[in-house]
Write a protein that binds this ligand. Structure first.
Ligand code: OAD
Length: 247
């Protein structure tokens, strides 16, 4: 079923009303209306370089200054952004469920800022930095000012506490995501292109275990063919309508 027509919206709302255990997977699209650029859209470029080329351990080893310049820009940009109605609708949905898991690929902290509680950040967070080598961590707001900040504990380079391409996801995040996929009765997939593993296969896993899948996106994605309902439209509009109808 396709389109943000009344019928699709009602079908999705009925699925959600019947579910006591709900999982949500979000991607960059949910934060687009807060002004955070997505990765694969036109906004996914920074000074002519693809954001995806800078978000790798190789780029950091080769040119830590450029990678830090990019991340300082992203960290600074967080100060001016706020959750939108889509984030807030998911926080409200959590209150209505017996069990709720929000698994996000985003590193902007906006789900927690909107009031969501059981949030798993698959790709880490821009709100923290860590040492490349030792266990030192601190808040991004306490970042030393040098172009390439050094670890006060061991002197190696500090880096953003995010997961880069080619790196493993944290174990605790995979455990939480696995529990969500096994236990949920309905899974909402919001604003992700569905191209990056393992997040891309979460909907397939949940679906094969019998969960209903609802997708919210501006356009069709590789996840659309496993979705029971695809709601095409901006998350900041679709999610509040959906949660309101869920009652
Ligand atoms: P992408 O930039 O790949 O995809 C964003 C998706 O959001 C697209 O499918 C858009 O159609 C959709 N979208 C855009 N605006 C929307 C809106 N207002 N409402 C609903 N949908 C909207 O971002 P992700 O799928 O999150 O990983 O990318 C996954 C991962 O790849 C990222 O976490 C990042 C990236 O490289 C790492 O950095 C490790």
């Amino acid at each position: 079923m396709n389109g943000m027509d009344e019928g699709s919206l009602r079908t999705a709302a009925e699925m959600l009303s019947r579910a006591r255990r709900v999982a949500v997977l979000t991607g960059a699209g949910i934060s687009a209306e807060s002004g955070v650029p997505t990765f694969r859209g036109a906004g996914g470029f920074w000074r002519g370089r693809s954001a995806m080329d800078l978000a790798t351990p190789g780029a950091f080893s080769r040119d830590p200054e450029a990678v830090w310049e990019f991340y300082r820009f992203r960290i600074a940009a967080l100060a001016g952004i706020e959750p939108n109605d889509g984030h807030r609708a998911l926080a409200e949905l959590e209150c209505r469920c017996d069990q709720f898991w929000l698994i996000t690929q985003n590193v902007d902290g906006l789900h927690r800022a909107a009031g969501s509680e059981n949030v798993t950040e698959l790709h880490g967070s821009l709100e923290r930095v860590r040492c490349r080598i030792c266990s030192y961590r601190c808040a991004s707001s306490d970042l030393p000012p040098e172009a390439v900040p050094q670890c006060p504990a061991c002197g190696d380079m500090l880096r953003p506490a995010v997961v880069w391409f080619g790196e493993n996801l944290p174990d605790f995040a995979l455990v939480a995501a696995d529990e969500a996929m096994r236990e949920c009765q309905v899974m909402l997939v919001v604003g992700t292109s569905g191209l990056v593993e393992p997040a891309a296969s979460f909907a397939r896993m949940a679906g094969s275990r019998g969960a209903g899948i609802i997708e919210v996106n501006l356009e069709s994605t590789p996840i659309s063919h496993v979705a029971d309902v695809s709601l095409l439209g901006p998350a900041g509009v679709v999610l509040p309508s959906l949660v309101e109808l869920t009652g």
